[in-house]
Ligand binder design. Structure first.
Ligand SMILES: CCCCCCCCCCCCC/C=C/[C@@H](O)[C@H](COP(=O)(O)O)NC(=O)CCCCC
Ligand SMILES: Nc1ncnc2c1ncn2[C@@H]1O[C@H](COP(=O)(O)OP(=O)(O)O)[C@@H](O)[C@H]1O
Ligand SMILES: [Ca+2]
Length: 560
């Protein structure tokens, strides 16, 4: 029966009578008892209907089709009964009184999907890293994701990568016309390839210079989808709340949109990388450098490397300068969490993009930033640190369910700078351990956290006496311990005639490598090693958009 507000009729599910109703925004079906009284109702927003097919159809775990005359099957987002952010593919088969009614139902539902899914992708470019995580990327895509995309009428162009940086290079150079979004099946490293390809491409096309940290970069027009199949999968975890390929595929299909802050990393007036999760020096850099030697172990490599690096008990001298964000807007210690529909992020959108009207679809191509922020005053700290980390989001992951900075925001235009001053080994262990629980890792006397817009990092100047002292120690040392030079290079530097007079530069280099006090670490930039000792980082608000919606606080159940 058609009405002004929608369509409704009696339908049957497993021989039980139901009333199905399609209104402007919802599709619901209510079981009726013998006296026509309502029993249980299932209510699904039209925006969460995945697809409608005639007949009886099943797609997961295997496809089966029965082309019956009076039946139609509806697939929808079904939130897990155990709560949390896990989504399942709900499926219901209805039988109508006639074939005509069945045709009407499928037509109305499909029209509703078109009306309520303007951001749903039609064509996607998919990159699969066959070597990410437990090397299951291909299997995950073909068994879970592809059937859901097909059901939703999405056509995908799939590329299984054959080398690192293939996805980035493709996005930088190839024709992307017709694609609504780009999907990676892999870990944070794969996501980072997409990030670099899309940001680089967008700036090239806009004629903007990425090297200049003062330039307001152009947001990327294509959405990014992440199917988690990596080792840490932090970006997926922090934006969806769960590592589950099906949940991520469903967010992509319904065209969810989550903007993301991105930090640009510059060295010597040139852009070197972009980062969204962890830009970490000291412990985090050392763990990554160590883990690269054990890549064959898969995700376990980080646990082994973490333990080894912890036992090395290192700290590093550094000078850190930062530009604080407005403390009246939010604080990394305010115990809030950035959840789906976050008010801090929405307010930031209004402040940073005043021309922007619809805060629920923050698609980048539709507005441009007109920053009115005055720069503010830089703050400088100098000393020895266990680690220095900058993160634009909470960076939660399975290892750390609340993340590096639990109150950080995905899209507020700021990052959280975490300074862990040198401390005794047990103190540092406490700091690390608190990442795995709900205890506050910032509530320790040797830890500082600041919400910032930009950071400058450099090594402090080493005095002549210090250099000389350390150099003499080095000369006397029997062994040189360094993770960042291969044995051959260390030998060639060290097996020189002892009468040879080293240059100042050589002394500094050797001290930097070999002695505890002046040794340097490397950067962990979203899982990629950066060896620059002097960098400038700038947070760019909402530079990319993901097919996600942020973490849903409590599962909103379909049943009422
Ligand atoms: C005693 C318990 C120790 C627990 C340590 C807790 C610290 C965990 C913080 C994790 C933050 C993760 C941020 C994300 C980083 C990823 O970009 C990066 C690359 O990921 P992938 O491409 O998937 O391999 N992962 C890491 O650098 C792992 C860091 C592990 C640090 C211990
Ligand atoms: N075919 C390939 N061969 C080798 N390396 C690849 C390939 N495809 C992608 N990569 C690289 O592998 C790195 C790790 O990939 P990722 O999917 O993040 O897995 P993991 O989470 O296990 O590190 C990425 O930085 C990416 O550049
Ligand atoms: Ca942020």
């Amino acid at each position: 029966m058609e009405s002004d507000v929608g369509f409704e009729s009696s339908v049957w599910v497993c021989r039980k009578r139901y009333r199905a109703v399609l209104t402007g925004w919802h599709f619901k079906w209510t079981e009726l008892d013998k006296n026509n009284r309502d029993k249980k109702t299932v209510l699904v927003p039209v925006s969460e209907v995945i697809g409608v097919e005639q007949g009886r159809l099943q797609i997961l775990p295997r496809k089966s089709v029965e082309d019956t005359e009076k039946d139609f099957t509806v697939f929808y987002v079904n939130r897990s009964t155990s709560g949390g952010s896990l989504w399942q593919l709900g499926r219901i088969q209805f039988t109508c009184l006639s074939r005509t009614l069945r045709d009407q139902w499928t037509e109305h539902l499909r029209t509703a999907l078109k009306t309520h899914g303007p951001l749903r992708p039609h064509k996607l470019l998919v990159f699969i890293n066959p070597f990410g995580g437990k090397k299951k990327g291909r299997q995950i895509y073909h068994s879970v994701v592809a059937p859901v995309f097909e059901l939703a009428g999405i056509s995908s162009h799939v590329i299984v990568t054959e080398r690192a940086h293939q996805a980035r290079d493709y996005l930088l150079k190839k024709n992307l016309t017709g694609f609504d979004g780009v999907v990676c099946v892999g870990g944070d490293g794969m996501f980072s390839e997409l990030l670099h390809g899309l940001i680089g491409r967008t700036q090239q096309e806009a004629g903007l210079c990425e090297n200049d940290p003062a330039v307001t970069l152009q947001p990327c027009p294509l959405h990014i989808g992440i199917i988690p199949a990596g080792s840490t999968d932090c970006v997926c975890y922090a934006t969806v709340g769960v590592i589950d390929p099906l949940t991520s595929a469903l967010h992509i299909v319904i065209g969810d949109s989550q903007p993301l802050d991105v930090c640009s990393v510059h060295h010597a007036s040139a852009i070197v990388r972009y980062s969204v999760s962890l830009l970490g020096y000291g412990f985090y850099g050392d763990v990554l450098a160590e883990s690269e030697k054990h890549r064959w172990m898969g995700p376990l490599r980080y646990d082994i490397s973490g333990s080894l690096v912890y036992l090395r008990n290192r700290s590093y001298a550094a000078k850190v300068e930062y530009l604080p964000a407005d403390p009246l807007l939010s604080s990394p210690r305010d115990k809030t969490r950035c959840l789906s529909g976050c008010r801090v992020c929405s307010r930031s959108t209004e402040r940073l993009f005043p021309n922007h009207s619809d805060s629920s679809s923050l698609s980048s191509s539709r507005f441009s930033q007109t920053s009115t922020d005055s720069e503010g005053e830089w703050v400088t700290v100098e000393g020895r640190f266990r680690c220095v980390a900058l993160t634009c989001m909470s960076s939660s992951c399975a290892r750390s369910p609340l993340g590096l900075s639990p109150s950080a925001h995905l899209a507020d235009g700021t990052g959280d700078l975490i300074l862990v001053w040198d401390t005794h080994p047990l103190g540092f262990l406490k700091f690390l351990y608190r990442h795995t629980s709900t205890e506050d890792q910032f509530d320790l006397p040797f830890v500082e956290v600041h919400r910032v817009k930009a950071v400058r990092f450099s090594l402090p100047k080493v005095s002549e006496e210090q250099k000389q002292e350390e150099f003499s120690e080095l000369r006397g040392a029997d062994e040189v311990e360094s993770g960042y030079l291969d044995n051959g290079s260390q030998q060639s530097l060290l097996q020189r005639d002892t009468r040879h007079q080293e240059t100042d530069e050589q002394k500094t280099f050797l001290c930097g490598l070999c002695c505890n006090k002046t040794a340097a670490s490397v950067w962990n930039c979203d899982g990629e090693i950066l060896s620059f000792k002097e960098i400038l980082c700038k947070v760019h608000a909402q530079l990319v958009c993901l097919y996600a919606r942020g973490i849903e606080e409590a599962a909103i159940r379909n049943c009422i």
